[in-house]
Write a protein that binds this ligand. Structure first.
Ligand code: PSV
Ligand code: MN
Length: 387
């Protein structure tokens, strides 16, 4: 697949969901820097997200985070999004920013706190009904900091029971997606630390429960594309949270640290039938601590598109022939040839043919939108990772 005519229909299948929180201020525990024009509410976050879609054609949906993105009337927010050419996507729950959750949420020993956490998820599903969202994404901060602090088996059992109650409320056309993370905020053990645990938990729930793979949530050197292959093989890869990491859960622009890893991951998605498959959602989970947020999101979706185009260019026949022949170096060469192909001119041509700017970043920067929001959004409180 080397020419645009062959590649275009495949590229057309790509849709990447943006996180509403990427448009708010974020930072580290040392400092959160603000930018002029940062959204003050979910409406402004969606307006910014719509800019990314306008210039790239790649990001038709926006994920919300509850309670950060709570509004009085979700039909108004939904209409606002639709008027701007995007739709509301995944609903992310949040059981990690309330005093009650210090020792956990869905796995907590205390019935009252578990009840509160379950009820929060039921409320999220009510919101999904109003927004038309398909996926409830659950990431749990539950875990312990010290050996002996709590009994790990009991926590696993309670988490299962809590998830069962939430899953029972998930609609026919909705899904529960359980994300895992190796560490943080808990430093001794997390209750959902890895794909195996997430898989075991969702498999025990039923068909409409799947795993979310966040690319920043593994130990260094983990072969993430192997996990992609395995989850696809098991029919349980529900979604990706794409981002890039150098050290821990850095949440940097996807593809920034290791574009080759992103290429390998997308290759496995293609090989495993996950590309262009509505069962596998491509999402970003990123924060822009020092760079401008909208151009940061534009760069992110373009990085995913570039690595997808390269992965689509792999000469599958030549690769298989080399594999069958046991020709290790020839197989690797076929793989690397595609990775080393500069697809940027091809993608510029692709965009032009679709009536999109050849250079989305330049077109966005020239539009004056950043100056406009800086001038318009005066007063109020800028949204942050937590508001
Ligand atoms: C926390 O680590 C986290 O980054 C998870 O990846 C979630 O997906 C995200 O926050 C939003 O809750
Ligand atoms: Mn995530």
């Amino acid at each position: 697949m080397t020419n645009l005519a062959a590649l275009a229909p495949e590229l057309d299948k790509q849709a990447i969901e943006l996180p509403s929180w990427a448009f708010g201020n974020s930072g580290t525990r040392f400092r959160v820097f603000s930018t002029p024009g940062t959204p003050r509410d979910p409406f402004e976050k969606i307006a910014d997200a719509a800019q990314v879609h306008k210039y790239t054609g790649l990001a038709p949906t926006v994920a919300l985070h509850i309670p950060w993105d709570k509004v009085d009337d979700y039909s108004v927010l939904r209409k606002h999004a639709e008027d701007l050419g995007v739709a509301l996507g995944t609903i992310n729950s949040n059981t990690f920013q309330d005093e009650d959750y210090k020792l956990g949420s869905l796995a907590h020993r205390d019935d009252r706190i578990r009840r509160k956490a379950i009820d929060h998820h039921l409320e999220c599903i009510d919101i999904m009904d109003a927004t038309g969202s398909r996926d409830l994404k659950i990431w749990l901060a539950d875990g312990t900091n010290y050996a002996g602090q709590d009994e790990m088996r009991g926590r696993q059992d309670r988490m299962h029971e809590s998830l069962q109650e939430i899953y029972a409320r998930i609609g026919e056309n909705q899904r529960l997606v359980l994300e895992y993370k190796i560490f943080e905020p808990a430093f001794y053990h997390m209750d959902v630390p890895d794909w195996g645990t997430s898989y075991a938990q969702v498999a025990a729930l039923g068909e409409r429960a799947t795993v979310c793979l966040d690319t920043g949530h593994h130990a260094p050197s983990t072969n993430i594309e192997f996990i992609v292959m395995q989850l696809l093989r098991l029919g349980k890869l529900g979604s990706f949270d794409f981002n890039s990491r150098n050290y821990a859960d850095d949440d940097l622009i996807v593809g920034a640290a290791d574009p080759f890893q992103l290429f390998r991951i997308i290759n496995e998605v293609i090989v495993g039938g996950g590309y262009g498959n509505p069962d596998v959602a491509f999402m970003l989970d990123q924060c822009h601590n020092i760079e401008d947020k909208i151009p940061g999101q534009i760069r992110s979706v373009l990085n995913v598109q570039e690595m997808t185009a390269r992965a689509l260019l792999i000469d599958r026949e030549a690769l298989e022939a080399a594999q069958i022949a046991g020709d290790v170096l020839a197989a690797n060469s076929v793989f690397m040839d595609a990775f080393y192909t500069d697809v940027r001119p091809l993608l510029a041509e692709y965009r032009a043919a679709k009536g999109l700017p050849e250079d989305p970043t330049a077109a966005f920067l020239a539009s004056g939108y950043l100056a406009q929001i800086a001038a318009d959004r005066v007063g109020g409180t800028q949204a942050g990772w937590g508001a």
